[in-house]
Write a protein that binds this ligand. Structure first.
Ligand SMILES: CSC[C@@H](O)[C@@H](O)C(=O)COP(=O)(O)O
Length: 381
């Protein structure tokens, strides 16, 4: 199959606009987000001046993806503190805005703890707000570094598992620079393979219902100059059957202590397909996505989203005036009920490896994961 994009991608950024940035115009500090609901049509920034606006941006998926949610949550605390809002209230609202991605609560807790610690040291409100901002900036920076290290570990693992030929990698949802302070998680591994000429093709699942694959991953892949092909989620089975997939690379929203992986709905069927077809199924996520307090997959809260996301096709860049519910184009009879979990859970026995910035765990066991988390804590302290 001919490559769709022949240019070398090294100097091309996957988006012109950063996914998130802190700004301090004369009117006061703001958190500026690249509104992901408007992609790929246009890169538009969304300016949040308080925590409720950020909560709304999180719920509507203007800002999304586990690591970026953590960074956004931390900046949200800094924003509430800097603008003199009730920080306790902001922390509760932000941490609860979406339940599955553990990074959101982790990011909120980190900035909140820095804020409280400064107050505890008799710091004034301004100093506490500065401490929260410093914590958010540190998380942002660390996520970029983690991204780089995950890419290196992931590429080494791919080369070890697939010694011959270029890699044909299937991915789901969106895991690139739109979800991270750096180049992302699973997508960063594909990008690293592309840069050294080892990526033959990135197969991009469209990822119904909100099309993060089609709208966002295809966008990032195109701008990066890699060979990619978009497929409907339903076409993955026949792609495996045709022998066209060498590895699956996905991200994670929460990894339970036993190694169960919550990720975008549609991930679990890919893991089943991969096992049946003897293809490595690799999860790439920062250590902060591993949640030692969630013992197993059954304990992970899976976010249920509005049915209209399924019963309507919503192209946010093309608003439909006067339409019902979500404002999209109906594709089902009026009143149809929909089952719309945002995530599913893949059991550890279907996961070939979990790649983090601290290295890979394979086979995936509770003990190996716990050891990795301990190692990471020692490095951080
Ligand atoms: C590194 S991103 C990993 C996951 O957060 C990603 O795969 C995903 O499922 C995102 O879901 P979303 O609902 O778009 O926030």
């Amino acid at each position: 199959m001919a490559d769709q994009h022949a240019q070398s991608g090294d100097d091309i950024r996957p988006t012109e606009t950063p996914a998130i940035r802190w700004d301090e115009p004369p009117e006061g500090p703001v958190l500026v987000l690249l509104d992901q609901t408007r992609l790929p049509a246009e890169e538009v920034e969304l300016v949040c001046t308080d925590a409720p606006a950020l909560v709304e941006a999180i719920r509507s998926l203007a800002v999304r993806g586990a690591p970026l949610l953590g960074i956004a949550g931390a900046y949200g605390i800094a924003l509430a503190a800097a603008r003199g809002f009730d920080v306790e209230e902001a922390a509760d609202a932000l941490a609860g805005a979406r339940p599955t991605a553990v990074n959101l609560a982790v990011g909120v807790r980190r900035a909140h703890a820095a804020y409280r610690a400064e107050l505890g040291r008799e710091g004034d409100q301004k100093q506490a707000a500065e401490a929260a901002l410093a914590a958010a900036r540190a998380l942002h920076r660390e996520d970029a570094q983690a991204s780089e290290r995950m890419a290196a570990h992931g590429l080494a693992l791919l080369d070890e598992l697939l010694p011959a030929g270029g890699h044909r990698v299937l991915t789901h949802c969106n895991t690139g620079s739109l979800v991270s302070g750096g180049e992302g998680t699973a997508f960063a591994v594909a990008l690293a393979a592309h840069r050294v000429g080892r990526l033959r093709r990135l197969w991009v699942d469209e990822t119904r219902p909100l099309l993060q694959g089609a709208r966002l991953t295809a966008y990032e892949a195109a701008r990066s100059g890699m060979a990619y092909t978009l497929l409907t989620d339903n076409a993955a089975g026949s792609l495996f059957a045709a022998g066209e997939v060498d590895a699956v690379l996905v991200g994670a929203d929460r990894i339970a202590a036993d190694g169960s992986v919550a990720n975008k709905v549609g991930t679990y069927p890919l893991a089943v397909l991969a096992r049946y077809h003897h293809v490595p199924f690799i999860v790439v996520a920062p250590v902060t996505t591993v949640d030692p307090d969630t013992p197993d997959g059954a304990s992970i809260e899976v976010e249920q989203r509005a049915g209209h996301e399924v019963t309507e096709i919503t192209a946010p860049q093309v608003p439909v005036a006067g339409a019902e519910a979500g404002g999209g184009i109906p594709v089902a009879p009026l009143g149809t009920q929909a089952y719309n979990p945002a995530f599913d859970v893949t059991p550890p026995e279907l996961v070939t490896a979990i790649v983090t910035e601290e290295g890979a765990v394979s086979p995936v066991t509770a003990d190996a994961l716990a050891e990795l988390c301990d190692r990471s804590r020692q490095v951080t302290i």
